[in-house]
Write a protein that binds this ligand. Sequence first.
Ligand SMILES: Cc1cn([C@H]2C[C@H](O)[C@@H](COP(=O)(O)OP(=O)(O)OP(=O)(O)O)O2)c(=O)[nH]c1=O
Length: 205
Amino acid sequence: MQPELVLASGSPRRRELLRSLGVPFSVHPSWVAEEVPGDPSPGELVEILAAKKALAVAHTRRQAVVIGSDTVVSLEGKILGKPADQEDACRILERLQGRAHQVYSGIALVEMDGGKVSRRLISHRVTEVMVRNMTAEEIHWYVSTGEPLDKAGAYGLQGIGSIWVDWIDGCYTNVVGLSLPLLYDMLKQMDYPMMTKPFSPERKV
Ligand SMILES: Cc1cn([C@H]2C[C@H](O)[C@@H](COP(=O)(O)OP(=O)(O)OP(=O)(O)O)O2)c(=O)[nH]c1=O
């Protein structure tokens, strides 16, 4: 029997993305501090945080494969996470508009066997995103919808934010927080082939 698949995330976007694959899984948010010492690159940062989240939940399991993930935006070398408040969201959008930025999402898989970490896989993908020019009125209205407040880069490509995304270069689901092609490859590498699982898109988690 294959071990339980656990999503170590409180993100409703990640839950929806994983649910769309139809594999059974449970959800256990990790609540780790999203802080990393030193000056990591965006790729290093999302991998470290994804691993931290996955490991925190993995240690509560005896037999499982745990998925951790983290997303940040990088604009001209500067890392932007989730906005602190509405003003911060406006500031971030003012900086993003009219230019391209990169979205980094890391994935960590931690396999637990008999209460011990038996395998670990960590990787990330980068997607380039072009945000169109926004007027001050548009930025304020968009922030007032609340959508930007819990999202890296203060926008949601899958939501109202799509109005201002001109183009993307790379994986769409990577921008929304969990690259499904990458996850698929990593699960395969961990001998967790999804095609042997019953397909159950209606399954409640
Ligand atoms: C750029 C972008 C980010 N996001 C979201 C994905 C993530 O939920 C969030 C980045 O924050 P994260 O810290 O990666 O994740 P989280 O705090 O929401 O959830 P958890 O740590 O429990 O897994 O931004 C979108 O939903 N759409 C987008 O277009």
